[in-house]
Design a protein around this ligand. Structure first.
Ligand code: CP
Length: 326
């Protein structure tokens, strides 16, 4: 099986998840063992949205492989890009993505792009318009740093974290993994839950999604998962609880906050329903809105391990993308 990657935008770009996980575990042990591999290769990181973990972990991963990195924040540090073909650019966009992406592509060997969902234009969001336009015009191998639909580097890191805990605790049963909607003051995209579902459904776990009525995700990502609207029932005997807010996806409610029921916050009492379950979140999280301090500050919280594993995930992916070039 060819284990190199020409692109990394979803789980569908990974021919063998088990082999990628084993490689990630090896990389975590000896992160500098391939420090010459990416010499003279340049990774450009293009951000249309804010980031802490993705920005820093991708750079560190590239440096561990000997790569150079360039980071650009579109619209603040560079020109605001026009995304529409045929646009008459007499308003606030200064440069078309056709030129902008092509120029960045000409400076780079691999490009990472972060472009969140607008939550207002469902058609553009569901086609990952910005990410795919960049891929087309940059014409270089692309690593998603979170698109309108997916966050595959986060999901790989999450799967790696679950695997590490399984091995550390000698867990021989199939773990029960619960993705729970949690309250949040703002409307957030569905990319993290979509992606987490897509990866969990290919992993050796029992996967359950719980959310209030109206927050059904796109079945493209969740088909095969158990979906339960009673959170307490879903959390029963869970080994891992992954909390995340998302806005409504279905119909006219796309991108809306339908309810913010605080009873969906993950508390110590909720965690007592689990089988001494571990708490997971991709971060950033709103303390005492999505999850109580008592959970986030407890030994059951894996959030820092997940964030640390973002470096390993990015390095595993970049290593395979660099390998595809040689
Ligand atoms: N989890 C994650 O992607 O974090 P950032 O938004 O800070 O990159």
């Amino acid at each position: 099986m060819n284990n190199t990657f020409a692109a990394f935008t979803s789980v569908h770009d990974v021919p063998d998840i088990a082999s990628l996980l084993e490689e990630a575990l090896r990389i975590k042990q000896t992160p500098l063992a391939w420090s010459e591999m990416g010499r003279h290769k340049t990774l450009a990181l293009v951000f249309f949205n804010s980031s802490l973990r993705t920005r820093l972990s991708s750079q560190k991963a590239a440096w561990n492989l000997g790569m150079n990195t360039m980071v650009v924040n579109v619209g603040t540090e560079s020109w605001k890009l026009e995304m529409h073909d045929g646009a008459v650019m007499d308003s606030d966009t200064v440069e078309h993505i056709k030129e902008g992406a092509a120029v960045i592509g000409s400076y780079s060997d691999i490009i990472g792009v972060r472009a969140f969902a607008s939550l207002t234009d469902k058609a553009a969001d569901t086609s990952e318009h910005t990410l795919r336009q960049f891929q087309k015009y940059a014409a270089k191998p692309l690593m998603s740093l979170e698109s309108a639909l997916r966050h595959p580097l986060q999901s790989l890191s999450d799967l790696l974290t679950i695997e590490e805990v399984r091995r550390r605790e000698g867990m021989t049963r199939r773990p029960k993994v619960v993705l729970s909607w949690a309250p949040h003051p703002k409307a957030l995209p569905q990319a993290v839950p979509n992606s987490f579902a897509e990866w969990m459904l290919r992993a050796d776990v029992d996967f359950v999604i719980t959310h209030p009525e109206g927050y059904e995700l796109d079945e493209t990502f969740t088909q095969g998962a158990s979906v339960i609207t009673n959170q307490d029932e879903a959390l029963c005997d869970a080994d891992f609880v992954y909390a995340k807010n998302w806005s409504a996806f279905q119909g006219e409610n796309y991108g809306k906050v339908l309810s913010n029921n605080p009873s969906w916050k993950i508390t110590a009492e909720k965690m007592r329903l689990t089988r001494e379950g571990k708490f997971m979140h991709c971060l950033p999280t709103r303390r005492n809105v999505e999850v109580a301090d008592e959970v986030l500050d407890s030994p059951s919280s894996l959030v820092i391990q997940q964030a640390q594993n973002r470096v390993v995930a990015a390095q595993s992916v970049l290593k395979r993308m660099v390998a595809a070039m040689s």
